[in-house]
Design a protein around this ligand. Structure first.
Ligand SMILES: C[S@@+](CC[C@H](N)C(=O)[O-])C[C@H]1O[C@@H](n2cnc3c(N)ncnc32)[C@H](O)[C@@H]1O
Length: 231
């Protein structure tokens, strides 16, 4: 067993709709209030499942634009990488939600399958869009809800303070309602070293930031999200 968890890439993996509901503490009313953005979405099935139930949702990722077979191949490789790394350090995680590493991997595979089944049509319809953060290809105030999980803060060993500020300000530009970002911890489950500086800096720019608890904690200590109310 290792006492650290790290991965060598920003993984192209994704979570299911049910996982998003828990980790962002979402309710139906918030999701149906207006257009929703998931960015970066990876191979999450949130968009596929939400779209099927009539929610207006768009997913963005730097890899959207690749063909679906390359995305499936990359998704499978990255799930395997996560499996190996989590197996080496299972004690660093809280297993209440998943129960076992086998269930965790089964959910990642099921998300990838649902995502892949929706991607080609969804890309043509504009529900999956290429975006390279910190820039988004949308007009101002376009979304009522922006969701961003397992990217900002998590990879703060390789994405710096300035990049985080630019991404969050870009989310604020395209959002007229609420932004939710999860988790606030790094891959090795430590608080992001410049989280407080980001909060102070956003507040000093007049941005309304709150940190709230969520009913989900896989990495120990990661049960909080950042919520920004756009006015
Ligand atoms: C872990 S995945 C996100 C998963 C998803 N949000 C979830 O929680 O299930 C991180 C994603 O960030 C994407 N990515 C990396 N750099 C990016 C950038 N500059 N702009 C947009 N997406 C980026 C990767 O391609 C990868 O799919």
């Amino acid at each position: 067993m290792r006492n650290t968890f790290n991965i060598d890439r920003i993984a192209f993996i994704g979570r299911t709709f049910a996982e998003y509901i828990s980790l962002f503490d979402l309710c139906e009313k918030t999701l149906r209030h207006g257009p929703v953005l998931d960015c970066p979405a990876g191979s999450a099935s949130f968009t596929a499942e939400a779209h099927k139930s009539g929610i207006d949702v768009t997913a963005c990722d730097i890899l959207f634009g690749s063909d679906v077979n390359s995305l499936i191949e990359k998704g499978r490789k990255d799930i395997q990488h996560i499996y190996e790394k989590v197996s080496e350090a299972t004690h660093l995680f809280n297993w209440d939600y998943y129960g076992s590493i086998e269930n965790l991997i089964a959910l990642r595979e099921s998300a990838l399958d649902l995502f892949a089944g929706d991607f080609t049509d969804g890309y043509r319809e504009g529900r999956y869009r290429y975006a390279k953060l910190p820039h988004l290809p949308f007009p101002g105030n376009h979304f009522s809800l922006v969701l961003s999980s397992h990217f900002l803060f998590l990879y703060s060993d390789r994405l710096g303070f300035d990049f985080h500020m630019e991404c969050i300000k870009e989310f604020v530009r395209v959002c007229s309602g609420e932004i939710r970002i999860y988790p606030l911890t790094t891959l090795d489950a430590r608080p992001c070293p410049y989280l407080n500086d980001i909060i102070v800096s956003l507040r000093s720019s007049g941005i309304d930031v709150e940190i709230t608890r969520v009913p989900f904690e896989f990495q120990k200590g990661s049960g909080r999200m950042m919520k920004i109310i756009c006015r």
